[in-house]
Ligand binder design. Structure first.
Ligand SMILES: C[S@@+](CC[C@H](N)C(=O)[O-])C[C@H]1O[C@@H](n2cnc3c(N)ncnc32)[C@H](O)[C@@H]1O
Length: 183
């Protein structure tokens, strides 16, 4: 091995380490780790469930629709394309937010993806809010709704609020339910 080979090897190694660190920084963020701990990992809602949920919630053209923990953006796409809603996704995981922005762009949807903790987000302008989260996040979201006196329709898959009174419950073939609330 001559000097040139050694220099080439050194810079290749340096480049590989740089790429690895960049990938780790992008994908292994504290927020993605927190998603798993909080019990709301990036499991997408089945499309059939989203369509039923949005129909039952009465989402209509022009409504401002929020998906709290919007994942890959699939409910935003259905809400925009099939219901004519304006869409906002709140997603604290950077990779998910990035992927959902691309998904919306590919389909020409003018939605907004806000990369932040849903418990810190401004929901005051929402008409319909979708949530597929976890028991603990639903408890915290309920407290936020009460504290901020928020008023919109909430449609939640699989998890209900501990104290808010649901107006409708639809049992899906998966065995899980959709819960609808009118605040
Ligand atoms: C079960 S997935 C649902 C994804 C999407 N809503 C859907 O229906 O396909 C839950 C999502 O919530 C996100 N999430 C969990 N905790 C969050 C928080 N505190 N703030 C914002 N997003 C959160 C996760 O990263 C994940 O993408």
């Amino acid at each position: 091995m001559n000097n040139f080979d050694l220099i080439f090897l050194f810079f290749s190694l340096l480049l590989a380490i740089f790429v690895l660190i960049t990938l780790l920084f992008f994908f292994l963020t504290p927020s993605s780790i927190k998603s798993y701990i909080s019990g709301a990992p990036p499991v997408p809602t089945p499309k059939k469930v989203i369509r039923t949920a949005l129909k039952e919630a009465g989402l209509k053209s022009g409504d401002l629709y929020f998906d709290l923990g919007s994942g890959s953006g699939r409910s935003l796409i259905i809400a925009a394309e099939e219901f004519g809603a304006q869409v906002v996704g709140i997603e604290h995981s950077r990779p998910n937010a990035f992927v959902s922005k691309i998904n919306l762009k590919i389909r020409g949807i003018k939605g907004e993806i806000i990369c932040q903790n849903l418990l810190e987000s401004d929901l005051s302008k929402a008409d319909v809010v979708f949530a597929y989260l976890s028991i603990s996040l639903m408890k915290k979201l309920e407290k936020k709704i009460q504290r901020e006196k928020l008023s919109f329709k909430v449609v939640s898959y699989s998890f209900s609020f501990p104290n808010l009174k649901e107006v409708k419950r639809i049992k899906m073939s998966s065995g899980k339910s959709i819960f609808i609330y009118e605040l």
